[in-house]
Every structure is written in C-alpha cells, then in structure tokens.
Design a protein around this ligand. Structure first.
Ligand SMILES: [Ca+2]
Length: 205
C-alpha cells in the first residue's frame, strides 16, 4: 500500500466524504460530482451572472453517460478580480477534512472556455485546510497558475492538471486537514469565461 493510501487508511479522527478508489492505491478522489458529490461553493464578485454550481451541462461523457462537473461562470470588467471555490465537505461538520499529507500531487480534470477576447487573465489555484480550532490563522497554500502545469489549459478541451504538492504546501496549510480548493483570476481586459472541474483528487504518480 502506498503511503498516500496508508495515510488515508489510518485517518480516523478526520471524518471524510472522500473515497479512496479501491482499484487505485494511493489515489484519493475528494470530489467528482458522481461518486463523491458533496460540498458547497462560493463565487466572487457577487453578481447574478457569477455562479458556481454542479451541472451535467458541459461535463464529460463516459460510455454515453453524462458525468457531472463543477461549473463556474463569470463575467467581469477589466482590471477586476474574479474567483470561486469549492469546499468538498460544504464546511460542515466543523472538524471535517481529508488527510492528503501522504500524497505527492493535486490532480484536477478541467476545461476552460471563454468569449473571444475575454479569456482568463492570471489564473491562480490554491488549497485550503480546515482552520478548526484555530480559526484566526491562515490555512491557505501557495497560489500556483495551473497553466504552468498544463500549457494548453485554456484551449477549450478537457485536461488533466497535475500539480506537485511541493509547489503548494507552505507553513500555513495543514495537509492533514484539506477541505477546499479555490481559484482566482485577474486581468487588464474584461473576462468572460467558464471553468469546468470534473474531478478533484490527489495521487502519488
Ligand atoms: Ca465528474
């Protein structure tokens, strides 16, 4: 059993909705919309047209089955920050989390589409660990640009983005208490795009 799987098997105090895939030692899927479909999200800035939702509109197809995905929709003016996040536990109960401390990589299945000339600007992705019980402390990883790990990410097709945890983990984030992923984008130009995320997981490849 890999360390990632072993760690997972040993986690008792940290109740989790994420499932270790039986056929893939060391692979931890925390959200896929289908098998592991819990959670809740946020989107910013606050506007009716800026939303985060679980949808089967735009998700991947597998053997004729339309799979569910997260869909973040945003449209903002030039020089405006926009972003969203998904807490795969829905922020409750207050001590819930997943132990990803033995995992080497964050793995995302993503698709980004945009209106002509309104592409995402400087994308950032980061993880958040459950702050309980020290709620005043920072619990956020380093922010990485997913395009650095997948140069074709904004071409409108599905991509698997593999980010080494070593690029994310810092002194603030607690890998044993992971519970949320966030993404933001800022640009000089207007932005009008959608991010689909079909899978959020961790592995040891
Ligand atoms: Ca899915």
């Amino acid at each position: 059993m890999s360390r990632c799987a072993l760690k997972w098997a040993m986690v008792c105090a940290c109740a989790a909705a994420g499932m270790l895939l039986a056929d893939a030692p060391g692979k931890l899927a925390v959200w896929d919309g289908d098998q592991n479909a819990g959670g809740g999200g946020w989107a910013a800035p606050k506007a009716d047209a800026i939303t985060v939702a679980v949808t089967d509109d735009g998700g991947r197809k597998m053997q004729d089955k339309q799979l569910k995905a997260l869909k973040f929709t945003t449209a903002v003016d030039a020089q405006t920050w926009t972003g969203f996040g998904w807490n795969w536990h829905g922020w409750w109960p207050e001590d819930v989390c997943d132990d990803v401390s033995g995992c080497k990589n964050l793995v995302l299945s993503m698709k980004i589409v945009y209106k002509a000339g309104k592409d995402p600007g400087a994308l950032q992705v980061w993880l958040v660990s459950n702050p309980n019980p020290d709620k005043n402390a920072q619990h956020v990883t380093e922010k990485i640009n997913p395009v650095d790990f997948c140069p074709n990410l904004v071409d409108g097709a599905w991509h698997e983005v593999v980010v080494p945890m070593s690029k994310l983990v810092n002194k603030d984030f607690v890998p044993a208490k992971a519970w949320e992923i966030d993404m933001g984008s800022w640009a000089d130009h207007p932005q009008d795009f959608q991010v689909f995320i079909d899978y959020i997981g961790f592995d040891n490849r």
